[in-house]
Design a protein around this ligand. Structure first.
Ligand code: 2HG
Ligand code: ZN
Length: 483
């Protein structure tokens, strides 16, 4: 990066808050995809004014700026694929206000999701979105990707809880959107446009969040099945009975196997699938749901265990949340998908993935948020085995075709980033796709904010890159126009 740009950046954020060494830049080069692209510098801003200054500079010198939360994203949203400056938002981690009377929180984007939830619990309040990474992911990243999680089945996803934003536009203007009230229909809903825009339309500096009362009671059940199909068909049936679980998670036999040793009460050895079902609400409501569930399950071919206390429940959730990292015990690399299908089609999707695994000779596991049809399909492989990698990529393409065929969508919570951009036309109407790109251009005419994401036809088929396989973008000239 040119000396004069470095000097200007130092002036904006302070010398102590700009990193340029290879060692420091390397720490901001990766995310949850396992891919790595070196930035040319990393800035740690502390205010909207500093971010505005940086973006104005980026427009002048035409260098990419990539906002980054905790780096836990699964599709490359925070990767500096074209080099440039990473904007690490970790210093902006203040909880500015908890308005208990109106059940609203105002926070900065670097606040860790689980930390906000712990603070709110002291006020008997809850911010429901609960991505599996909640102990380390940040709220800004959650909003950028519109994160979901197990409780989405009852409570909805991030977009249902963000009612207002302060955003720095790619051109440097600072803007507020949305409301602090329960309702509001004044003008276009720009807040929603920013949510899930994957860091391409603006940099969030404040989030206004809607909260709900913390439920007084909770009951958790572990259902285990000796047949995969019985588990997957039960999902839609549960909702037809009128039960309203706050989570309904699913794991196939391989997912169970990778976390089995983390469970004090592991399911019986021949278990082919399990469901974790939870109810929350008032004590009376939870008791009513429990009774209804027990009646519904009578005579079904499954075993049901109720978590006896908080420790047992937490252990179950710890095991569930650790599936994603634990899968690397199977193969060193994976393609991790988060497709969604209508609930009644989950059995078809899961059977299709088993047939893919057989046909391509791969380990493919399925688990995730079955209650809302959002199934994680993890295609395991070893990138050092070229043919195995090719088979994994071919299997993913077939998977996506099948998902669209089943009336589903390619992503329920991880976004498009760089890993799915080549497949966007499979699902998105061409007119809509064109309009989306025009919106991006309107917000960011110089193409400096998080370039190469969502729309870039980033050759998904040929690049499952990893830290050492990815080309270093250090050679990119900073005065080039990125679009
Ligand atoms: C989860 O629900 C995460 O555990 C990660 O969304 C899923 O690794 C994955 O595919
Ligand atoms: Zn998930």
């Amino acid at each position: 990066m040119k000396r004069e740009i470095i000097h200007a950046l130092e002036k904006i954020v302070g010398k102590a808050h700009l990193a340029t060494s290879t060692e420091e830049c390397a720490c901001y080069s990766f995310d949850g995809t396992g891919r790595s692209f070196m930035p040319e510098a990393v800035a740690f801003p502390d205010s909207p004014g500093q971010i505005s200054g940086i973006l104005r500079l980026a427009n002048r010198y035409r260098f990419p700026v990539i906002p980054r939360g905790a780096g836990s994203g699964m599709t490359g949203g925070s990767l500096p694929v074209r080099g440039g400056l990473v904007l690490a938002m970790g210093r902006m981690n203040r909880i500015i206000e908890i308005d208990t009377a109106n059940m609203i929180a105002v926070v900065e984007p670097g606040v860790i999701t689980g930390e906000l939830q712990a603070r709110l619990a002291r006020h008997r309040l809850k911010y429901p979105p609960d991505p599996a990474s909640l102990k380390f992911c940040s709220l800004g990243g959650n909003v950028a990707e519109c994160a979901g999680g197990p409780s989405a089945v009852k409570y909805g996803v991030t977009r249902d809880y963000v009612i207002g934003l302060e955003v720095v536009l790619p051109t440097g203007e600072i803007m507020r959107t949305g409301v602090r009230t329960e309702k509001g229909v004044v003008g276009y809903d720009l807040t929603r446009l920013f949510i899930g825009s994957e860091g391409t339309l603006g940099v969030f500096t404040r989030l206004v969040l809607r909260l709900v009362p913390l439920p007084a009671a909770r009951e958790t059940f572990l259902l285990t099945f000796s047949s995969l199909r019985s588990a997957t068909t039960l999902v839609a049936a549960i909702f037809r009975t009128g039960l309203t679980p706050c989570t309904l998670e699913y794991m196939d036999a391989t997912a169970i196997q990778v976390v089995r040793d983390r469970l004090d009460h592991p399911p019986p050895p021949r278990t082919q699938a399990l469901l974790i079902l939870e109810f929350d609400g008032s004590h009376a409501e939870v008791a009513r749901q429990r009774q209804r569930l027990e009646e519904f399950l009578k005579g079904q071919d499954l075993t049901c265990r109720r978590a006896e206390n908080d420790t047992e429940r937490e252990e179950l959730w710890q095991a569930r949340r650790s599936i994603s990292p634990a899968t690397f015990a199977l193969r060193p690399d994976k393609i991790s998908e988060d497709v969604v299908v209508p609930r009644s089609r989950i059995p078809d999707l899961v059977e299709f993935t088993s047939s893919l695994a057989g046909r391509y000779g791969l380990t493919i596991l399925t688990f995730g948020h079955a209650g809302d049809g959002n199934i994680h399909v993890n295609i395991m492989f070893d990138r050092r085995e070229r043919q195995e990698q090719d088979r994994a990529l071919a299997a993913r393409k077939e998977l996506f075709r099948q998902v669209v065929e089943l009336g589903g969508t390619l992503s329920g919570e991880h976004g498009i980033g760089i890993t799915k951009s080549a497949f966007l036309p499979m699902e998105v109407d061409p007119v809509a796709l064109d309009l989306m790109q025009r919106i991006k251009h309107l917000f960011d005419p110089a193409g400096i904010l998080n370039p190469g994401k969502i729309f870039s036809q980033f050759t998904a088929d040929s690049k499952v890159s990893t830290p050492d396989a990815s080309p270093s973008p250090r050679h990119l000239r900073i005065d080039r126009k990125y679009d």
